[in-house]
Write a protein that binds this ligand. Sequence first.
Ligand SMILES: *[C@@H]1O[C@H](CO)[C@@H](O)[C@H](O)[C@H]1NC(C)=O
Length: 214
Amino acid sequence: MRPRAPRGVLPGALGLALCCLCGALGPWRSGDHGWKKLIMVHHWPTTVCKEIENACSDPPDYWTIHGLWKHEWEKHGTCAAQLDVLNSQKKYFGKSLDLYKELSLNSMLQKLGIKPSINYYQISDIKDALASVYGVIPKVQCLPPRQGEEVQTIGQIELCLTKDLQLRNCTEHGEPRSRRWGDAWPARATAEGPGLEVCEDGPAFYPPPKETNH
Ligand SMILES: *[C@@H]1O[C@H](CO)[C@@H](O)[C@H](O)[C@H]1NC(C)=O
C-alpha cells in the first residue's frame, strides 16, 4: 500500500502486553469471568516518545510490545492466572514473546507496504490491510492531533485473542466501533497509555523515527 498523496507535512517500551480485560465494563463482558479476550498490544516507539514528551534518541524503528513487564504482570497477570497456559510470570511473558514473533506485525506491515512516511495513511486502509492478513479486525490507536497538527498519529496496534489464544476480532457485535475517553472503554483501564484513543476514521500520520541531530 502506498500512502496517499501528501496533504500537508507534519513534524513524531516494551510493553507486554498480552492484556486481558480484567474488570472490564460493558455489554461484551462475559458472564462472571469478567473478561474474555486477550490483547496483544504493539507500540510504535516514535509515537510513544512523543506521547510521553520524551525526546528519545534513536527510538527503535520497529513495533515493540507495550509496557513494562513487572507492571504488566501486576496489572494484568492476575487475570491471566485464570488460564493454564498463562498462569505464571514465565508463561505469561514467554507466551507473549511467542505471540509477538508469530504475529510478526513488523514483517506483515512491510509486506503490505505500510511504512513510516511523511505522507498520511487512511486508518481504514490500514485496518483493512491488517484484517486481510490476520483474518480478524485489529484495533488501532492514535494520539489525537495536537496544536498545529492536522491529523492524528498512529501509536498502537492491538490484535485480540480468545482465551484459547486464537485470533479474534477486537470489535464484536454490539460493541461501538469507537469510544472516546471518559466512556467505559475497557482498554483504557488496561492497555492504553496516556493520550491514546481509538483512531478516528480518516487520515493518520505514521511517523518515521526521528533523526537525531548530534
Ligand atoms: C469479524 O468481523 C467481520 C467484519 O465485521 C465479520 O465478517 C466476521 O464474521 C467477524 N468474525 C467473528 C469471528 O466474529
